[in-house]
Design a protein around this ligand. Structure first.
Ligand code: GTP
Length: 200
């Protein structure tokens, strides 16, 4: 039985898999995402390219039967990709722009079955709508530090949840990995969900 390997440093992704009963082995790809090559792509193309790169980077490092899952998320607003804000100033500027508006949270997924040499890659997109946050609410939210390290600078399941009245599409996709997509991908690879849950 192959191991499930999550090619990600994301605690949110690990938690999503584990809370659905999966037992992933974590292997961080350390892929450099901030290159001109990726930044020149559209938001949707970038997350697929990065998910594939992360999964293949780990593919080259392992010699045991595995199903490798690579992901990348970004928030598309005004046709631009808003990744992790990294600084409070950028986080405040972004929140001021997206308040009262909607954007698209794209997550690229790449799933490689090394035992069958098969690979499934796809993007899942969720529309996220923000309430009108006051300047004080934005400052208070950014001061938590949480938005600095997440795509788009918001957390649907964290401190910004009071400011997101609606989403259209998959909730888990926003948090970091689309679990309905993962289940379908495993089915396409020939594994039932109960089988997947005993892989480790
Ligand atoms: N909990 C939570 N995390 C979010 C949300 N939106 C984005 N993220 C996280 O933001 C991060 C997006 O950055 P990525 O570059 O895709 O992933 P990473 O965390 O750098 O980890 P790698 O896969 O190793 O690159 C991921 O960890 C997502 O789980 C959200 O609403 N809730």
């Amino acid at each position: 039985m192959p191991k499930i390997v999550l090619a990600s440093a994301s605690v949110s992704r690990r938690r999503l898999l584990e809370s659905a009963g999966l037992k992933p082995t974590i292997m961080v790809s350390h892929v450099d995402e901030e290159t001109d090559f990726f930044n020149a792509m559209s938001p949707a193309d970038m997350v697929i390219a990065l998910a594939i790169t992360k999964a293949h980077t780990i593919r080259e490092q392992i010699d045991f039967p595995a199903i490798i899952i690579g992901c990348d998320s970004t928030f598309e607003f005004d046709s631009k990709s808003l990744g992790k804000p990294e600084t409070p100033e950028i986080a405040i500027e972004r929140a001021s722009r997206v308040r009262g508006n909607s954007g698209l949270l794209h997550t690229g997924h790449c799933i490689i079955d090394t035992t069958k040499d098969k690979e499934i890659s796809s993007i899942v997109t969720t529309k996220v709508t923000f309430d009108n946050m006051t300047d004080a609410e934005i400052a208070d939210y950014v001061a938590t530090g949480e938005p600095l390290h997440v795509a788009g600078g918001f957390t649907l399941d964290g401190f910004s949840s009071p400011f997101i009245p609606s989403i259209e599409g998959d909730y888990t996709n926003v948090v970091g990995i689309s679990m309905p997509f993962v289940r379908k991908a495993f089915e396409q690879l020939g594994y039932s969900w109960p089988e997947v849950k005993v892989m480790q």
